[in-house]
Design a protein around this ligand. Structure first.
Ligand SMILES: [Zn+2]
Length: 171
């Protein structure tokens, strides 16, 4: 895993565009009562798969947005190893499960919006502790911070609202 330095201007433009799509999917997830995280899988400037979180809808704790798009992508290419030069855009730094699936799938680039404040362990393991990971997963580059504020605030507001809902009323 290689932490990407600043991408080219042209690439950054694309990164913002696709992160916006991911953010839209996160918003849709929120409407459905899911944790608002969205992901798109891109190959040669086209969407291969896109999804928000669907753990509740599917009764499946592994139905994170990233896992869903990886599964759809593998079906699309009829191969358990995805094509090279695929980029996954996800609004929040992937959790340990999703990062593992990204490694296994041979996706070559990960772009995330915000570092996941609820999931610092994954961020620490994979991005902050990058040297050991690079040895085994040198085929992946990671770039983060695209639309960071929007990606994290949708999540923070979601948890804030949920906390308020379950708090007992004071008399
Ligand atoms: Zn995940």
């Amino acid at each position: 895993m290689i932490i990407e330095q600043k991408p080219s201007k042209n690439q950054l433009k694309k990164d913002f565009f696709w992160m916006n799509k991911s953010l839209d999917l996160a918003k849709k997830s929120e409407i459905l009562g899911e944790i608002p995280i969205g992901a798109v899988l891109i190959y040669q400037d086209n969407i291969v798969a896109s999804s928000g979180n669907e753990v509740i809808l599917r009764n499946d704790p592994s139905a994170h947005a990233e896992i869903i798009v990886i599964r759809e992508g593998a079906k699309h290419f009829k191969n358990y190893r995805l094509k090279e030069n695929l980029t996954i855009y996800v609004t929040i730094f992937p959790c340990i499960m999703c990062m593992g699936a990204i490694f296994q799938s041979r996706i070559s680039r990960v772009v995330y919006g915000s570092e996941n404040y609820k999931n610092n362990l994954s961020f620490f393991l994979f991005e902050k502790n990058n040297t050991n990971i690079s040895m085994n997963y040198g085929h992946i580059t990671v770039y983060g911070g695209i639309l960071s504020r929007s990606c994290s605030s949708i999540l923070k507001n979601f948890f804030k609202k949920r906390r308020n809902l379950i708090q007992p009323k004071k008399f």
